[in-house]
Design a protein around this ligand. Structure first.
Ligand code: F6P
Length: 306
């Protein structure tokens, strides 16, 4: 996100615009927490995770009164357009503003990769690399101790991050919300790995799967005698959101930020800036918000075969 902020400020200034940063997302917008940013204000931030502007969940912005208050603050500062960096919740807010008459441009940013209009969203690559490092490390203990490991990754209700982590991490089983898998099938699959001579067995589970890590842990703890192996669980949780941004994400953020300014300047408002077939694209927010993004069928097939 910092890479986007830096690119927005520097591209904006380069084009003669004044750029303000909003602190703590919609919550700061409602409070009028806006600050003029110059090119030096965004120096040295690209290698930092998270966002220097801060972020917040803001239920107040889901109300009409909250949004009107935010618009008053924007108008008071004579802001002409708002660039919203975020996932589904943030882009729902951007669309709501748009419908109330305030020009907004979204930037596809979420580790969940569940935003329609962008094949990959900002942050996914970094979160994925963190998950992979954890899986690789867990394999060491799994192999030495002949234990099965369960790694839970984030992703809200979407299995994309888990699917990618599972395929790239060589997991024996991948559990995602989109595909129902019973604990019995997980046990069978893990046992099968041992029978094939594997020294380890790793299951990657999405937090949104119907049997998430806690549910599976409880299931396996009760049946250790039957299954014949111990299962250890690691829930990565917010660890995944705190990493140093990957090279891919830094470049993507820079491209997204510049494209968002371009969209604002050329009057292409009410769109989501994303990436498709390696080209930066804009998709109307109307066609993005609330539209489910299907999982990549090729990746699903790879998960089955590999
Ligand atoms: O949407 C990003 C995400 O990290 C999800 O993967 C996760 O379920 C959620 O946010 C966690 O939200 P919070 O930080 O508010 O607990």
């Amino acid at each position: 996100m910092n890479s986007v902020i830096r690119a927005v400020v520097r591209t904006g200034v380069d084009r003669g615009l004044e750029v303000y940063g909003v602190r703590h997302g919609y919550s700061g917008l409602i409070q009028g927490d806006l600050h003029l940013l110059g090119t030096r204000d965004v120096g040295g931030i690209m290698q930092r995770g998270g966002t220097v502007l801060g972020s917040a969940r803001c239920p107040e912005f889901e109300t009409e009164a909250g949004r009107l208050q935010a618009m008053r603050e924007l108008n008071r500062k004579e802001i002409e357009a708002l660039i919203v960096i975020g996932g589904n919740g943030s882009q729902t807010g951007a669309l709501a503003l748009l419908r109330q008459g305030f020009p907004a441009v979204g930037v596809a940013s979420t580790i969940d990769n569940d935003l329609f209009g962008s094949e990959i969203t900002l942050g996914v690559d970094t979160a994925l690399n963190i998950a992979l490092e954890a899986i690789d490390r867990l394999k060491t203990t799994a192999s030495s101790h002949q234990r099965a490991f369960l790694v839970e990754v984030m992703g809200r209700k979407c299995g994309s991050l888990a699917l990618m982590a599972g395929v790239a991490g060589g997991a024996e089983v991948i559990l995602i919300p989109e595909v129902e898998v019973s604990p019995e099938a997980v046990a069978r699959e893990l046992r099968h790995s041992y029978e094939r001579g594997k020294p380890h067995a790793i299951a990657v589970v999405a937090e949104g799967a119907s049997f998430n890590a806690s549910a599976l842990q409880a299931y396996f703890a009760e049946r250790e005698a039957q299954t014949g192996f111990q299962l250890r669980t690691t829930i990565l949780g917010h660890v995944q959101r705190g990493g140093i941004p990957s090279a891919y994400d830094r470049l993507l953020g820079a491209r997204f930020g510049a494209a968002a300014v371009e969209a604002v300047q050329t009057g292409k408002l009410g769109v989501l800036v994303g990436i498709n077939h390696n080209q930066i694209t804009t998709t109307p927010l109307e066609d993005v918000v609330g539209v489910p993004k299907p999982l990549d069928p090729e990746l699903l097939e790879l998960a089955r075969v590999l």
